[in-house]
Every structure is written in structure tokens, then in C-alpha cells.
Design a protein. Structure first.
Length: 525
């Protein structure tokens, strides 16, 4: 079945599912992110000087202008929407392309018509792949990250204005309440975006005004209450290193943060929290009680971001030059247990998505989808020859009049993987044994894992002391409980079979006769 025939068949199925809150309803937004399709859109603006108007309104708080929007579906009537909001988007991706018509766009389908959606989405982003001759960096990066954490869906699109072709774009799912509803139990909590000048997650004061230059509140703007976020930043910055995992694991999804930092390290995605401090969201998810990090804007991955003067091939995976004012990285890297998880994810990326075979397969898949569209795109920011060459090797392009080297996808990963493996070998091994903390004479000892089994030994000093042992993951969720009941004085042993548990950081908390002992442990698989 051809790809457009597949879309048409699915469209016919979707009409059967019209109850928006039904547990069995089809998510129609999936139709916009089929990765074997190049979607085709045409815009008709209600003014002839549309490009000048878009440029003018971008400087005024990025305001939209209306246009007729057409989505072409071969073999079926096209979808036509009048008065769709359209604006230019981006910063460097806007400035770098100069007078080219190939700017990045954002569509707002309910800007002028309340409640209207396009396949279930309110907004849609078309990114112009600035500084990426391959047109694949953002698509491949999101495809990788979605295996590890909630991240935007992506596809390719071909854009026209009044039947004049603008060219090939990467189509990216917006981070908004639709996204939040797909991934979290409650989509109505506060969502913060790192502002253009960068955000480091440093704590400044209790005053909300001290954070407005670094973050944008994207939901609940009328209430505009940042108190929980500011308290979170205080704890992030002031929790001691040795208890950081235990304390912050109850308020921050540490595992997802570590996965994100590992991705940034392996793929040198430095226009991010790791480097520039841009292009990430923090969501205060009341369903889990945790803040969670959401990645954004990945077009400069695979070493294409060099504004911080780091050597994208050789930069150390731990000793970043900006570590002192990036507390999330600083705290994670200072905690042996969390650092071990970070190393584990780095190895996982190198052995899988960043490996030669895996990367080659992703490149060939995406090239097959967009090659025809790219080869006929007269507005390519870079040449079709560079589109072909940059998948393998470095190319030199001109950005704002300056010659800039963009690493090849394959050559970059080969070099970066080799460098990181040497760095990992040079780091002192992190102990798999738990750090022991005894409180009030309560004694708990956890050895390292033998296979998937953890041996826990505890001492009871009184008679009929009640014993309960809980094992929690890095998000603070209870993974296993041992309710031992009343025990007389003596030494006892329990075995946790973690065969079905996910790899990562765990806290073992024992309550013995009203006293508490806490131990931390790392499970690797």
C-alpha cells in the first residue's frame, strides 16, 4: 500500500471515532507525523506583501497574520482552512538565512477561529533546517530521544505560497497542552520554557521578577504563580551532593534528566541546557509530583553548534567549562550513583543509536523519504551536493557571510564515540556498593548486585521491633516493599530480585523499631 493511500485509509477510519474523551478514541494527530510521508501545504495570504508583513510582525512580539491554509491529499479532496494564523519563528534560524524566503514558520489553527484544530493540533512548526545541509539532524534526533523520554513527533513537509514552492521543512509537534495530555496525567500544570538568552536553573531569590528574563511561563499565564518553580530551584541548588538523589528524586524526574544529558554529550547537542542554556522546557507534573524536562529544537545536534567554542568532537563528557553555573549537571556529576547512571546511558547510546550500523540505517531511511523533494528544492539553504555529502563528511557552508564547518553525521559519530570511550576508560570506576547512612543506631547494609539480586542485611537491637523496608526508584516511586513485621534482636537478610526492574538509581529505606536507615544503590543491566 502506498504511503498516501495509507493516509487516506486512516482518514476514513478516523471519522468513526468522534467522541473526544473516549478511552478508545483514535489520536488523529498521529496522521501528521507519519515518517514515510512528505506533507504538502499551500498558503494564500490576504496581502501581496506577505513576506514583508511577516517580517514586520515578527519584530512585534511575533504576531500572526491570517492566511488560507491548504493540505493536499492525493486522490481525495484537499483540506482547506481559512484564516489560519501564520508567523515566522526562530532566532538564529531566522537571522542566518537573510533574504531567503525559506524562513521557519509556525501555524496557529485557532488564532482566528476559536476551538479549531488540524488533525487534533492547535499549532504546528515548520523548521527550515538552518545549519543542517542533511535536512535530517532534527528528525533523527527526535526519533532517537522519543525512545528515551517524552519528545516531539516529527515528519517532513513541502511548503508553497500561492503555488510558488518555498521548499522542504521539518515538521515538529508543538509543546503545548495537547503534547502534555499525551504524556502526563494532568495537562493543566505550569509549563516553563527556557528563554532565548538561556536558563541555567540557578536559584537567585524568592522574587519571581528575578526569573522573567530567563524563563517563559507557557501555561496558566493569568494565574502567573511561579512559587513552586522557585522553591524547586532552591532545592536543586542547595541540596547537598551526597543526598541530592534521595531529596531531588522526590521532586524531579532525575532519570529523564540524565538520559537527556547523556544524549547531549554523545551527539554534542550543545544548543541546549548543556551548552547555551536554551531549548528545553520544565513541566511541573502534578500527576507524578515531579518536575520533568522536555527537549526542544534539536537541529544543531551531531556537532553543528559551535557558538560556545567547545571542540564538539573532544569536549569532556563531565568537565564542561560552564559546570559552575549549571547546577543540574553539577549536582548529578558530583553524585557517584547518578554519575554511574549517566555513564550507563552514554554507553547505551554509543552501542545503539550512535553506532555505525544504526546511524546508517536511520540516514538511509530518511534520505529515501526526502531525496526527491530535496533534489528539486531550488530554495535549499545549502546545495543538494552538500545534502548528500554531509551525511558522511564535513562540509563548509556560509552562515551570515562566515564560512562554517558542519560535521558529517557518520564521521562525527565515529570520532565522538571513540573519544568518549577513551574518556570513560579514564574515569575511576564508580562503586556499585551502596552508600550507607545509619540514623539513631538503625543499621542497614546493602552489598552490590549479584546478577539482578540485591542482598540487604539489617540488625535489630530490641525485641519485637517492627521492620519495614521500601525500595524507591529515582523518581521516588515505590518499586518494592518488604513488610517484615515484628522481629527480635538479631541479624536478618533479605534478597530483592530486580529482574523486572529498570536499570537506574534506587534508594533503600529501612524502618526498624521507629528508627530509619537509608542506603543508595545502582542497578545496571
Amino acid at each position: 500500500m502506498k504511503k498516501w493511500q495509507l493516509i487516506i485509509c486512516l482518514l476514513n477510519v478516523l471519522v468513526l471515532f468522534t467522541e473526544p474523551n473516549s478511552a478508545t478514541a483514535v489520536d488523529s494527530s498521529d496522521m501528521l507525523f507519519i515518517d514515510t510521508v512528505v506533507y504538502k501545504y499551500n498558503l494564500h495570504f490576504y496581502c501581496s506583501d506577505w513576506a514583508d508583513s511577516l517580517a514586520y510582525y515578527k519584530s512585534f512580539d511575533e504576531e500572526y497574520i491570517p492566511a488560507r491554509f491548504v493540505c493536499y491529499l492525493p486522490g481525495r479532496d484537499s483540506i482547506v482552512m481559512d484564516s489560519v494564523g501564520v508567523r515566522y519563528k526562530g532566532n538564529s534560524s531566522y537571522a542566518d538565512v537573510g533574504s531567503s524566503t525559506k524562513k521557519s514558520f509556525k501555524f496557529n489553527f485557532q488564532k482566528y477561529v476559536d476551538g479549531r484544530k488540524f488533525f487534533g493540533v492547535e499549532k504546528l512548526n515548520l523548521n527550515n533546517n538552518d545549519k543542517d545541509p542533511t535536512l535530517m539532524r532534527e528528525k533523527i534526533s527526535y526519533d532517537i530521544l522519543r525512545k528515551y523520554m517524552p519528545a516531539s513527533r516529527v515528519a517532513y513537509a513541502d511548503l508553497y505560497v500561492d503555488s510558488t514552492r518555498i521548499g522542504v521543512y521539518t515538521q515538529v509537534e508543538n509543546i503545548d497542552k495537547k503534547f502534555l495530555k499525551r504524556h502526563y496525567k494532568n495537562e493543566d500544570c505550569n509549563l516553563y520554557k527556557a528563554a532565548d538568552q538561556g536558563a541555567t536553573l540557578e536559584y537567585y531569590s524568592v522574587n519571581q521578577s528575578d526569573y522573567g528574563a530567563y524563563y517563559e511561563l507557557k501555561t496558566n499565564e493569568d494565574e502567573n504563580n511561579w512559587a513552586d518553580f522557585i522553591l524547586f530551584l532552591y532545592k536543586l541548588n542547595n541540596t547537598p551532593d551526597d543526598s541530592f538523589g534521595i531529596v531531588m528524586g522526590k521532586r524531579l524526574n532525575l532519570d529523564l534528566c540524565i538520559r537527556y544529558l547523556a544524549f547531549n554529550a554523545v551527539f554534542s547537542n550543545f544548543d541546549s541546557y548543556t551548552g547555551s542554556g536554551r531549548n528545553f522546557y520544565m513541566y511541573d507534573d502534578s500527576g507524578s509530583g515531579l518536575f520533568t524536562l522536555i527537549p526542544w529544537d534539536l537541529n544543531l545536534s551531531f556537532g553543528a553548534y559551535s557558538s560556545n567554542s567547545w571542540d564538539v568532537n573532544a569536549v569532556d563528557i563531565v568537565n564542561y567549562s560552564n559546570l559552575a553555573n549549571h547546577p543540574l549537571m553539577q549536582k548529578i556529576f558530583a553524585n557517584d550513583s547518578l554519575l554511574q547512571i549517566y555513564f550507563k546511558y552514554i554507553k547505551e547510546f554509543i552501542n545503539n543509536e550512535a553506532s555505525a550500523d544504526s546511524l546508517a540505517a536511520m540516514i538511509e531511511h530518511n534520505r529515501a523519504v526526502i531525496d526527491s523533494a530535496a533534489s528539486t528544492d531550488s530554495n535549499l539553504l545549502y546545495t543538494y551536493n552538500n545534502f548528500i555529502k554531509n551525511t558522511d563528511s564535513l562540509v563548509i557552508i556560509s552562515v551570515s557571510g562566515k564560512r562554517t564547518g558542519i560535521p558529517g553525521l557518520k564521521s562525527f559519530c565515529h570520532t565522538r564515540d571513540s573519544v568518549i570511550l577513551v574518556q570513560l576508560a579514564n574515569y575511576s570506576p564508580v562503586s556499585y556498593n551502596a552508600k550507607l547512612k545509619n540514623v539513631g543506631g538503625c543499621q542497614l547494609k546493602c552489598g552490590g548486585f549479584t546478577g539482578n539480586k540485591l542482598k540487604m542485611t539489617y540488625n535489630v537491637t530490641g525485641n519485637s521491633d517492627y521492620v519495614k523496608i521500601g525500595i524507591y526508584d529515582c523518581s521516588g516511586r515505590l518499586a518494592k516493599v518488604f513488610d517484615e513485621g515484628a522481629k527480635n534482636a538479631g541479624t536478618y537478610t533479605n534478597i530483592w530480585n530486580a529482574g523486572n526492574a529498570s536499570a537506574g538509581y534506587y534508594m533503600v529505606k529501612a524502618s526498624i523499631g521507629g528508627k530509619t536507615a537509608i542506603s543508595t544503590i545502582v542497578l545496571t543491566k
